[in-house]
Design a binder for this molecule. Sequence first.
Ligand SMILES: *Cc1c(COP(=O)(O)O)cnc(C)c1O
Length: 471
Amino acid sequence: MTDPLKQTLDRIVAATLSYRAGVAGAPQRAAMTYEEMRARFAAPLPEHGAPTEAVIAELIEQASPGIAAMTGPRFFAWVIGATHEAGMAADWLTSAWGQNAGNQAATPAAAAAEETAAAWLLDLLDLPRGSSVGFVTGATMANFTGLAAARGEVLARAGWDAEGEGLFGAPPVTVILGEEAHATVFAALKYLGLGDRRVTRVKTDRQGRMIVADVERALAAAPEGPIIVIAQAGHLNTGAFDDFAAIIPRAKERGAWVHVDGAFGLWARTVPALAEQAKGIDLADSWASDGHKWLQTPHDCGYVIVRDRRAHLRAMRMATSYLPFDESARNPVDYVPELSRRARGFATWAMVKALGRAGIAAMVERHCALARRFAERLSVAPDVAVLNEVVLNQLAVRFGSNLPDAEADRLAAPLIARIQQDGECFVGGATHQGLQIVRVSVIGFPTTEADIDRAAAAMLSAWEIVKQAGA
Ligand SMILES: *Cc1c(COP(=O)(O)O)cnc(C)c1O
């Protein structure tokens, strides 16, 4: 009798090997649409169970045509890491081990791996070494957690106990951020009762950076009392960094807490030649970043880093009789919103070990060089313009830059559909300063120069076709 677990694992190993080997040569999109997958998965609730191996075989069969090529070398949509095999393997074991990674006494290895990975992150990102680190699901929750610590601390300084009393009757908190801050920052403000509308939006320049004079004006106009300033490392469309060295000291003069959304941009800190752009970022109070973007861990991996451990703990720690608090022993749960949680430290530990500081820096630097190459390849067309200064790995590409705005805007969606359908590469669209663009993010570890050239050629030929048809 073959062991059923072994049969199942053999099956997923075979499926993984064939998927991973095939993705580079396959169309960089799912073969089937959501509608088709819906029809495929739709089924009545099973009354009775089935053997695991059969269930997994069916899952592979059913899901395969609807799997997006996010691990592929020419997948440039959104900002998505390619799930490196070291992170993937560590993540498999994380599931196999089934750890509920909240408490160090219950899960010594998970807690210790996380603690070491946390120290490594502070080193890699060159942030204050005494900071506390929480392993969350992504930058959304990292922004939430950092801003929860911010909310509690600025109100505590004003004599208000936000954790105990909530915001009922609390002194108003002034929140200052760039008008092009990421949607998840506004979501975090909404979750925290700070409001996504009741904020001071600072004007941004062509790269999406907060205009420093406007930040100064907003700070000067802020009433006495609690202030939170939110800055950004890595603008979604341009990759640009706010001017931390100018903004943070000014904000500190007003007693503000400064939070930085650095979902992918914080990783520029690993490359000396890029770190200059993020100068002064270490003066902030909290930082949000992702593992599942530039570090290439599997998804559900983000980090919140807080300079003031007490503020972090005050915002997140739950009082439970069965989770005794011990200052000398770090409980993963104390730094995140969730109680039962995945042992996210293992995948981060494995990725940092697999690449090393030098490997991570080389990858980040290479992606930025590839982004510049992409911009050059696209710019050979007289009517294609890269709108941003390529300071990192992101491109905001305008097709039809010689056309009237409305005409170029109109052609963007059919162009993107055409590129996606061709399958040579995968890109998405966005609105950048009122214009429809194709957004390109070079952030997957397998991407090579040849992939960039192939993708740029595919995009330009799709553009020729769409332009002809549209004209
Ligand atoms: C991706 C991203 C986020 C959100 O991160 P998730 O990992 O998707 O939760 C926040 N801010 C920026 C700048 C991002 O690029």
